[in-house]
Design a protein around this ligand. Structure first.
Ligand SMILES: [Zn+2]
Length: 361
């Protein structure tokens, strides 16, 4: 597997519009790609999508590989009489990243309207006001409409999705990528890369690879997807925050230092045997890895609590500036995570899966 294959999918995936609850354009893309690998594609009833690669074995165990496909964004909250839109945030935002940004509004017919988040020119601000951050509820999106009637005549309604523009770029030096929604179109691209790399491999278990909805608003698609799949084991891909740019070598999440072995976060303690095996796989194949602690969580937080419990581990990468339209990842981390996932999954068998299930007994 070369990195070009992953980038070939990561680039378009990162640019697709898909906030929580409105992920259908991402799902369409994934469906097109999945069907080149399998005839069996399933959905949960919230919109999460999975491709099933069946084992020839009867009563095979099920391994679920998931990454969420929703991104943070906004919904149109109101339309003002001047034709501007107010914003309702979907997912976590830091208001200081927003003023003056270019944004796209996508109406229910799929028409795209370009605009900007309005910012008061410095000339019109007092010295005092310039120091104050503006709250999202006070911000206006200007799409060039001159009245409420005009905006409505364009088919724009309350609830329509709004996404900050974020063109994919390979930065000078080639290894660093700039774009929006690497959290978590990274995970979507990884799923495709895994299917591609295992397409001619017979597995001892059913492999169910896909993408969940509504992670950013509380792991909702992960909950319903786990019910759909009923996995025996799960692997979750996600993109976690890095805060290493200032040079703090002790900060968790260093760009370019490899796949994250997340040993604790706010909503999951990974299955120890799965986590130790991830470390072992990385050591054996000389794959760069780093230990990671997070105050946040991933879909794993919901999946591992499904039914009587699902042994779960995450294979994340870190990114700078996540939850903005200018996140930065290192392509070598993606390659590390992919190699770890490929070796991990291809080396699994029924015995190992049973061992992991009984790991904490
Ligand atoms: Zn995420």
């Amino acid at each position: 597997m070369n990195k070009e294959f992953i980038l070939k999918h990561l680039e378009p995936l990162s640019e697709i519009y898909g906030i929580s609850g409105q992920e259908y354009l991402v799902a369409k893309y994934l469906h097109e790609v999945y069907k080149t690998y399998t005839d069996e594609i399933v959905y949960d009833q919230l919109g999460s999508i999975f491709a099933i690669k069946r084992s020839k074995k009867e009563h095979a165990k099920k391994v679920m590989v998931a990454g969420h496909m929703d991104e943070v964004g906004f919904m149109v909250k109101t339309i003002t009489k001047t034709g501007c839109l107010t914003m309702h945030p979907v997912g976590g935002w830091f208001s200081q990243t927003l003023l003056g940004q270019r944004i796209s509004v996508i109406n229910r017919n799929g028409d795209v309207f370009k605009g900007a988040i309005a910012s008061i020119p410095p000339h019109l601000l007092t010295e005092e006001d310039r120091k104050k951050p503006m709250e999202i509820k006070s911000m206006l999106v200007d799409i060039g409409a001159t009245s409420k009637q005009e905006a409505e005549s364009w088919g724009i309604c309350v609830g329509d999705m709004m996404v900050l523009d974020g063109q994919f770029r390979q930065l000078h030096g080639q290894n660093r990528l700039l774009g929006k929604a690497f959290d978590n179109r990274y995970g979507c691209a990884m799923g495709i890369a895994l299917l591609e790399s295992l397409k001619d491999v017979e597995l001892d278990f059913d492999l169910i690879v896909g993408a969940t909805v509504q992670e950013e608003v509380g792991l909702r698609g992960a909950t319903t997807s786990a019910s759909l799949v009923s996995p025996d084991l799960a692997i979750v891909f996600d993109c976690s925050p890095a805060n290493d740019a200032s040079g703090d070598e002790n900060a968790f999440g260093q760009l370019g230092k490899g796949v994250l072995i997340r040993f604790v976060d706010a909503n999951m303690l990974p299955n120890r045997c799965m986590m130790h095996r991830l470390e072992q796989v990385c050591e054996e194949h000389e794959i760069p890895y780093q230990f990671y602690v997070s105050m946040g969580g991933t879909d794993a937080g919901a999946i591992h609590k499904h039914a009587s419990g699902v042994p779960t581990v995450t294979m994340c990468i870190c990114a700078r500036n996540i939850h903005t339209n200018s996140s930065i990842v290192d392509v070598n981390d993606i390659v590390s995570a992919f190699n770890a996932a490929r070796h991990y999954v291809s080396g699994l068998n029924e015995q190992l899966i049973s061992d992991m299930i009984s790991c904490n007994q």
